[in-house]
Design a protein around this ligand. Structure first.
Ligand code: MN
Length: 532
């Protein structure tokens, strides 16, 4: 009964180790008492509390998560022991496998049994008192068996004693990040190769698959931001080794939204500098089309593609050798923080990067799905359509992420491998979109002309073409308050507070600091599109 290998049989029986990345368990038992809590988004979100005992991890699945709140009585389902190699597992479990989903190491540390020298026996008797010394969890916990459960899964209760570590109202969901990497489940899910663990045997299970190289950029320093604040209405700003001439800094570009304040050019410049490390992965290696509003967004804007003669010398340019007479020849490439700053000063409010990169502008690196609402389309309708795409893409096994546009719509970005042509991505997106449209025919029109669409939404696949673009993630939109286009997780489609223009240049920075960017893990992903 105390042989770890026999206790692991239930664990092994549920998993096919030729398919799952989880370790299979072969390490010798140890006497240390470590604990781990993994936040696990499987079919349902839950937290797995695991206490190391006699060479295995004795485990409970806690749907609402362990808490420091002494008033809480959390359901804890006693599940099969896990091998100790699982202790620091963070990554994904393939869909279709037992526990398929993503896992982060939500807390870890050591534990000590209380009121017993034989914790294994205490578990068998159905009541274990123990102290945790973790990074989030601390103090005295009690696990009590409530009933045997009909299905063989014992229902227990987990509670925290009202000791010095107790925190009334403490909510684990307000502390979602991994203690191992600082990443959220969403970020781990977006980069599943990052922590991929291979199949048998467990001792060799840790495999790190090379990720596409995405360069990184430093944010501006506090001193640099202070210098921007201290500047008069114009001046030269020294930012990361470049001098950028700034003008009309206190000009209002965006009127206020509701109780907010107007957004000046200085505000937009600061925003571009601060958001640059998040935005540049989508801009750095491709031409960009600019939508400019030099007189503010209350006045009509215009497209601007040609780099003007007064642009700084260090601004990267791409020359289109195939340009016909009268077409744009020289495009900007936004590849550094100072370039984004210059764009803001140029009142280039919307940045629309090409979906193809400089290496070959005839090969898309993203396939784009644009849910374009008509006058009669509500945001709820948009969400219905976005969820249909979610279902379709999940069914196809295609990795993609939605983003709100900052106006009324939702787009879905699909990373694709090199070698595709635009007519291929366009046809593929059209086929998926036609299937989605057939499921919701009362919401969608396929009429080309706007006035024949009867106010319905358009599932626009035609942007999958050279020099056709959608707005960049984190780019501002021309509306009061400066709303921003923001990548979101699929789960956020079900957030009742979601709005397509929920975040502005003032509020989005806090969001990405808390939640990261669920789309960035897909940058450079070499994904083949399945045949339809
Ligand atoms: Mn689990």
């Amino acid at each position: 009964m105390s042989d770890p290998s026999s206790r692991l049989e239930a664990y092994r029986a549920k998993r096919d180790f030729s398919l799952t990345a989880e370790p299979a368990g072969s390490e010798a038992p140890t006497s240390s008492r470590r604990f781990v809590v993994q936040r696990h988004r499987a079919r349902r979100l839950h937290y797995d509390l695991r206490l190391e005992m006699d060479g295995v991890l004795v485990s409970w699945a806690v749907p609402k998560g362990p808490t420091l709140d002494p008033r809480a009585r959390q359901l804890a389902v006693h599940v099969e022991d896990h091998p100790v190699e699982y202790f620091d597992f963070e990554g994904v479990i393939p869909k279709g496998q037992y526990g398929g989903g993503d896992v982060v190491v939500w807390d870890w540390g050591t534990w000590a049994p209380a009121r017993t020298d034989d914790p294994r026996r205490a578990v068998e008797r159905g009541e274990l008192h123990f102290d945790l010394h973790g990074q989030k969890l601390a103090g005295r916990f009690v696990l009590v068996r409530r009933d045997e459960g009909g299905s063989g899964k014992e229902q227990w209760l987990l509670l925290h004693k009202d000791d010095d570590h107790a925190r009334p109202g403490w909510d684990p969901e307000e502390h979602p990040a991994s203690v191992k990497t600082g990443r959220t489940n969403e970020e781990v899910a977006a980069e599943p190769e990052a922590m991929w663990r291979n199949d048998l045997p467990a001792a060799e299970a840790a495999v790190v698959v090379a990720r596409p190289h995405v360069p990184s950029w430093d944010p501006p320093t506090e001193d640099e931001l202070d210098a921007l604040e201290a500047m008069g209405t114009a001046g030269s700003w020294s930012i990361q080794g470049h001098e950028v001439r700034l003008t009309n800094l206190d000009k209002v570009l965006f009127p206020a939204r509701e109780a907010g304040r107007p957004v000046t050019k200085r505000d937009l410049i600061r925003y571009h500098a601060v958001i640059a490390p998040r935005m540049l992965p989508y801009l750095a290696d491709r031409p960009v089309n600019l939508h400019r509003y030099p007189d503010g967004v209350d006045r009509p804007g215009f497209w601007h593609k040609e780099v003007p003669g007064h642009a700084p010398e260090w601004l990267q340019r791409w020359r289109n050798d195939e340009a016909d007479p009268g077409e744009t020849e020289c495009y900007a490439v936004v590849d550094r923080v100072a370039a984004l700053v210059w764009m803001a000063n140029f009142a280039a409010i919307e940045l629309h990067p090409w979906t193809s990169a400089l290496a070959d502008v005839h090969q898309p690196t993203w396939a784009l799905i644009d849910i374009d609402p008509g006058p009669r389309t509500s945001f709820d309708d948009v969400l219905v359509l976005a969820r249909l795409y979610r279902t379709a893409l999940e069914h196809l096994g295609v990795a993609a992420m939605p983003k709100v546009t900052g106006q009324r719509g939702v787009q879905i970005w699909v990373p694709i491998a090199g070698g595709y042509r635009f007519d291929e991505t366009r046809t593929w997106v059209e086929k998926v979109s036609r299937a989605v449209g057939r499921t919701a025919p009362d919401l969608v029109s396929w009429q080309w002309h706007k006035d024949q669409r009867e106010g319905l939404a358009r599932l626009d696949y035609t942007q999958n073409a050279i020099n056709k673009t959608l707005v960049a993630p984190f780019s501002a939109r021309p509306a009061p308050g400066a709303p921003v286009s923001v990548p979101i997780t699929w789960d956020e489609l079900d957030d009742p507070d979601l709005r397509p223009d929920r975040w502005t240049v003032h509020s989005v920075v806090e969001r990405v600091q808390a939640c990261g960017d669920p789309l960035v893990g897909l940058v450079g992903r070499q994904q083949r599109l399945p045949e339809l």
